[in-house]
Design a protein. Structure first.
Length: 176
């Protein structure tokens, strides 16, 4: 399964590259070579650009396949047969309990990740209008699964005859 790249990852790698370039700049100032200031200055500029990209950059999602991924596990699942594939660790169920964001009318749905037992809210963003879409979806908050979440997912699974999912949902341990 493919791993996907989220905004947190971009920030983490931006700061990592900043540290690498800053360290390189520091080392360049210690070496007594004429014209070394240009090298140190160039590395510091790259360090600054790494931080700016990490904080304010957006995902170029134009060539990514469309599908969902749990932000914690980062395992990609194509949308085709996602709810009936026994290998899928994600279950999309929100048509009975989605919410609508008032400012733009965006429908936000939940899904359950069976690997980490988290509920993640997501919305379709196929053209990456927000600049934060990953594989065609923007992700919002994640939380540990609750009894209410399990009941909503069970209701949806039973309504759509997803017996395999009903069994998976019943096996999730919830701390109430």
């Amino acid at each position: 399964m493919n791993k996907v790249y989220f905004k947190k990852d971009r920030m983490k790698y931006g700061f990592l590259w900043m540290l690498i370039f800053a360290a390189g700049s520091y080392v360049a100032t210690l070496i007594p070579i004429p014209g070394n200031n240009w090298l140190a200055t160039g590395l510091m500029i790259l360090a600054g650009l790494s931080v700016i990209t990490g904080l304010f950059g957006t995902n170029d999602d134009s060539k990514s396949p469309r599908g969902l991924a749990c932000p914690k596990c980062k395992i990609f699942h194509p949308l085709q047969n996602i709810n009936i594939n026994e290998d899928s660790s994600i279950y999309m169920y929100g048509e009975n309990c989605f919410r609508t964001r008032e400012e733009d009318g965006l429908n936000i749905y939940p899904f359950i990740c069976f690997k980490c037992n988290q509920i993640t809210e997501y919305a379709a963003d196929p053209v990456n209008q927000s600049g934060h879409a990953v594989c065609g979806f923007e992700y919002f908050k994640s939380k540990k699964v609750s009894k209410k979440d399990i009941n909503n997912a069970l209701e949806y699974a039973k309504l759509n005859n997803h017996e395999l999912i009903v069994n998976k949902l019943k096996m999730i341990k919830v701390n109430s």
